[in-house]
Ligand binder design. Sequence first.
Ligand code: ACO
Length: 331
Amino acid sequence: MNNMKKAGIIGVGGYVPERVVDNFEMEKIVDTTDEWITSRTGIRQRRIASDSQATSDLAVEAAREALDSAGIKAEELDLIIVATLTPDSNMPSTACIVQDKIGATRAAAFDLGAACSGFVYGLVTGAQFIQTGAYKKILVIGAETMSRVLDWKDRSTCVLFGDGAGAAVIAEVGEDEGIASFELGSDGSGAEFLIIPAGGSRMPATCEVVQERLNCLKMSGPEVFKFAVRVMADSAKRVVESAGLQMSDIDVMIPHQANTRIIESSSKRLAISEEKMFVNLDKYGNMSGASIPFALYEAHRSGKIKKGDNVLMVGFGAGLTWGAAVLKWSI
Ligand code: ACO
């Protein structure tokens, strides 16, 4: 155990498509209002990919910036993990498309499916290879084109999501830096609360199911809401404790960017001040697997997270899944 190396983030990158769709534009698409969306979710606008952009295109932009930020070349990467629920296609993995596009000639590549918790799952998975010394440089990307799996006639879901990508390079860091603790969890009994029913082996995408829009995301909002509030607070408390810290030692918390009411409720339950919570969902909506890495990227770039800070991130999403981690920021 003592021979284990410490794994941490040495570079971050992010990308969102140019097209901004605000709530007033959503009013023209479905029967909704800016007032409803803002008061129920905190979302004011989201980014939507252009017709020519797929998930890998967003991922590549974020990846290039993360490599620059880490000061390494793509050829140095040993592994690429792409956390996504909106891959370019079911096969091959989006990670392989990214591997080719950035020229990561030595890297293994795979996609990871844990929906909105995907980046935390990817970070923790990648970290195991660094800790054992098997690999030296790993790129973890959360990237989504949620706009492609939304039912644009369902006002209860289409107003919530946006497109984007965030990326992080992980590598060995100093002994008192990097990932201090983590928790990954799942509860498949809630699988139906957040689901894209068609397009897999259970319900292949025939003309009939596409006509019924069963190839689009379906969500039981109130059930997910209750789960999110509970799991955000409980898993955050456990990872902070297992890092040997108090909640007051946390400098910045990066919650999954789904809904400000979930974030506010977690902040109360955790007795962590709202100023320590990084929130950017008003500008981007819920970018699923891209939410946490893009928030990390913006928090780092804006100086909100500084070297030496204790950063707590907590994700939750379809599965149901959750993932939380505490890191001592090393860049
Ligand atoms: N505009 C106007 N009215 C709407 C809209 C809309 N966009 N959407 C729903 N409504 C209506 C409903 O039809 C309903 O009307 P009714 O009472 O006449 O039937 C009313 O608003 C209330 O609907 P609820 O679903 O009860 O609204 P709620 O207050 O629960 O808010 C929300 C809905 C925002 C979706 C909330 O439940 C939520 O945030 N849930 C969690 C979602 C989440 O965090 N997802 C993250 C995981 S995503 C992933 O893993 C991919």
